[in-house]
Design a protein around this ligand. Structure first.
Ligand SMILES: *[C@@H]1O[C@H](CO)[C@@H](O)[C@H](O)[C@H]1NC(C)=O
Ligand SMILES: *[C@@H]1O[C@H](CO)[C@@H](O)[C@H](O)[C@H]1NC(C)=O
Ligand SMILES: *[C@@H]1O[C@H](CO)[C@@H](O)[C@H](O)[C@H]1NC(C)=O
Length: 344
């Protein structure tokens, strides 16, 4: 943790050179946001599309869930170490838009509305994230934003939303997918509100073409490259291997304002051993990944909590130069060496 002065100095010099290269010119989304990777909580991996509040009121997707997470994030040290965004994923919507084509939350599960929820989250000194989709429907089948980008951006801004996770299910075709992601970025900008824009554009392109990351970085603050994480070592290994295998393409584009998103932290759930949880935290820090936990903060193991709140690891992730680490050697199937140093 504390390298000798000489090595530290040399390391700093190298990092500075890289930093200057990164900061030169405008090569990213110029909204001033996500200068370091976003930190917060996102419901998906842990709570999925649980909409049955009658059978499972404590864990269903409802305003109460986000209020409880906000309370805990403010009260139990999470906010103090940097976790700031409380994020809603799919399944918050009503089945239809209202008579003016506006989005509306499910009235039973969000009786006070999203504006009220945003106000509540803001009162805790936190920010609210929401979810929509570039296509005709969200992945779970709720109304998508296709044809309504400006109206939906305006709605989110009026509600006081601070981050949009924009999924890519049910897109019309590849051109419309790309155009849709760009149009939503412009629509968010035109609202005048600071809204972090989280994309899945490259993930939906990879099966067909290699995505143009220069282009993606111009429109998005972070972007998912592969499928959803699940609560297992196998899933974690797949994501780490994918990232290493594609690092020559994806590593150089990461930096302040725009980040590769290897998906949620699943630390504190059921599927990872203690060492595997340490591995996720370390690798996500090295990869300059957004740190979005998906777990139940109301009931979390103290070791997992201490790991997620470890300020030394977080400091690596939040390094202002924002250089994504990369794999330097793969000595064997079981032994990989990763570095925070400059590119190969
Ligand atoms: C994107 O915006 C342009 C300009 O307003 C419009 O012509 C185009 O149809 C939009 N594309 C999509 C997919 O909404
Ligand atoms: C919108 O884009 C302009 C030009 O890139 C930028 O200066 C401005 O800060 C952006 N505004 C918001 C709210 O993102
Ligand atoms: C990628 O997009 C940029 C514009 O953002 C463009 O200048 C460049 O030519 C594109 N690259 C390829 C290979 O299409």
């Amino acid at each position: 943790m504390e390298p000798g002065k000489g090595i530290g100095g040399r390391l700093l010099g190298l990092l500075l050179v890289a930093g200057l290269a990164l900061l030169r010119g405008s090569w990213g989304l110029e909204n001033g946001l996500a200068r370091t990777p976003v930190m917060g909580w996102l419901h998906w991996e842990r709570f999925l599309c649980n909409v049955d509040c009658r059978a499972d009121p404590h864990n269903c997707i409802s305003e109460q869930l986000y209020m409880q997470m906000a309370d805990i994030m403010a009260a139990e040290g999470w906010k103090d170490v940097g976790y700031e965004y409380v994020c809603i994923d799919d399944c918050w919507l009503a089945a239809r838009r209202d008579d003016n084509h506006r989005l509306q939350p499910d009235p039973l599960r969000f009786p006070s509305g999203i504006k009220h929820l945003a106000d509540y989250v803001h009162s805790k000194g936190l920010k609210l994230g929401i979810y929509q989709d570039v296509g005709t429907h969200t992945c779970a089948g709720y109304p998508g934003s296709f044809g309504f980008y400006e109206l939906d951006a305006q709605t989110f801004a009026e509600w006081g939303v601070d981050l949009l996770k924009f999924d890519g299910c049910n897109f019309i075709n590849l051109d419309m997918l790309i155009e849709g992601y760009k149009n939503m970025s412009l629509a968010l900008n035109q609202t005048g509100r600071n809204i972090v824009y989280s994309c899945e554009w490259p993930f939906y392109l990879w099966p067909f073409v290699q995505p143009n990351y220069t282009d993606i970085r111009k429109y998005c603050n972070q972007w998912r490259n592969h499928g959803d994480i699940s609560d297992s070592w196998n899933s974690l290994k797949n994501i780490i291997s994918w990232t290493a295998a594609h690092q020559s393409v994806i590593q150089p584009v990461a930096g302040p304002g725009g980040w590769n998103d290897p998906d949620m932290l699943v630390i504190g759930n059921f599927g990872l051993s203690k060492d595997q949880q340490v591995t996720q935290m370390a690798l996500w820090a090295i990869m300059a990944a957004p740190l979005l936990m998906s777990n139940d903060l109301r009931n979390i193991n103290p070791d997992s909590k201490a790991l997620l709140q470890n300020q030394y690891i977080i400091a690596i992730n939040q390094d202002p130069l924002g250089i994504q680490g990369h794999r330097v050697t793969r000595a064997s199937h079981d032994f990989n060496c990763w570095s925070l140093m400059l590119r190969r």
